[in-house]
Unconditional design. Structure first.
Length: 66
């Protein structure tokens, strides 16, 4: 449970940094993102999930990350 809370904290840090450091650029980027078709966003979302799962698998099951 401690690792889960730490992981959520890290996600919030990495998600919040661009908004804190470059708020105007983030507003422009979000405006551009709202113009992207939903199926493209969904594809990239599933791709990110797959890469995340692969990274978790590699970290847990192999000796590559020690």
């Amino acid at each position: 449970m401690k690792m889960l809370i730490a992981l959520i904290g890290l996600v919030l840090i990495f998600e919040g940094l661009p908004y804190a450091a470059f708020p105007e650029a983030m507003q422009n980027w979000l405006r551009q993102l709202s113009e992207v078709r939903p199926n493209v966003l969904r594809t990239f979302g599933w791709l990110a999930v797959a890469v995340g799962l692969l990274l978790c698998y590699v970290a847990q099951r192999t000796g590559l990350v020690e």
